[in-house]
Design a protein around this ligand. Structure first.
Ligand code: FAD
Length: 260
């Protein structure tokens, strides 16, 4: 990929292509890597797919796909799930008038890197889970099941995320403070602040795409009101950050397609 082939992406938008690519890659590549799923890995998978079926704001045929996959997994009551059965289950079922379809290609738009080994899937996984924490605000009272999304993410990352080092770092952060989250809004902010911790740790490292430097996010030009100063020291205005995250990761801000 050369710079001239980079798709135009607006960083103030979320792209459906990135989200669907995250779903495709997680379900059909990462999960399918294991030979047979059982125990904690099988529970993690059921939990992840149930969450997607509940909250992913997809196109109708993608929602049908996720709901039918969730139904299929709920009916799978044996202790082991062989890889072949899973590979069959994640195929598209094209029966009209209600096709169950998740595109089988990977297209990065907002997550496209300046080189193929930068960004892509890890970027889309963060985006997906931020979006799900925001969608879950509508899922019930704030204090009810505050960890619904975060614990599914924790289990997914621990059992399936291909970057082992990432998974260990994330599990350490989760073990330290995730249980203290007491509401759905706090869950949105927990993921935001811990993602910023990761950004700070990785700034200047060799996994950083030089065209997309790691920032404390959202930077002032994206959200001036998110930033304030307290006795000359930078501080976040958390209520403003929460408002920003709700708007940024809302279905209305998901760009359905892209033009080259
Ligand atoms: P990303 O950090 O992937 O962010 C994706 C998009 O989310 C950004 O483009 C921006 O729009 C938005 N965003 C950025 N910050 C925030 C925020 N604070 N809150 C909300 N939205 C935000 N890589 C390593 O080298 N070592 C690790 O230990 C490591 N751990 C990881 C753990 C997890 C759980 C995940 C999902 C990824 C991890 N990675 C790690 C990968 C790394 O965090 C980046 O995903 C990758 O380097 C690509 O970076 P990016 O520039 O595309 O932006």
């Amino acid at each position: 990929t050369t710079a001239s082939q980079l798709k135009h992406a607006d960083r103030s938008k979320v792209y459906m292509a990135d989200l669907e690519s995250a779903l495709h890659y997680s379900l059909r590549v990462e999960v399918a890597r294991a030979g047979t799923l059982s125990g904690a890995a099988l529970s993690a998978l059921k939990c992840y797919v149930a969450l997607l079926a509940k909250y992913f704001p997809g196109r109708p045929f993608v929602q049908t796909y996720l709901q039918s996959l969730d139904g299929w997994l709920r009916n799978w009551t044996e202790p082991e799930l062989p890889r072949n059965a899973w590979k069959e289950a994640v195929k598209n079922k094209g029966d009209a008038p209600h096709p169950a379809m998740l595109p089988t290609n990977v297209t990065w738009v907002g997550c496209q890197g300046s080189e193929p080994h930068f960004r892509g899937y890890p970027c889309s996984l963060w985006t997906l889970f931020h979006l799900l924490t925001a969608q879950a605000l509508q899922g019930g009272p704030d204090k009810e099941l505050p960890l619904e999304v975060l614990s599914a993410m924790r289990c997914y990352v621990k059992n399936f995320f291909g970057c082992q080092e990432c998974a260990q770092h994330f599990e350490a952060m989760a073990a330290e403070s995730m249980d203290k989250v007491q509401g759905r809004e706090q869950a949105v902010l927990w993921l935001w602040s811990h993602h910023n911790e990761v950004n700070a740790r990785l700034a200047g490292s060799d996994t950083e795409d030089p065209k997309f430097p790691k920032l404390q996010w959202p930077p002032p030009d994206m959200c001036p009101l998110c930033h304030k100063e307290e006795s000359g020291v930078h501080a976040w205005d958390e209520p403003a950050v929460l408002r920003f995250l709700k708007a940024h990761f809302s279905p209305a801000n998901i760009y359905p397609d892209y033009t080259e």
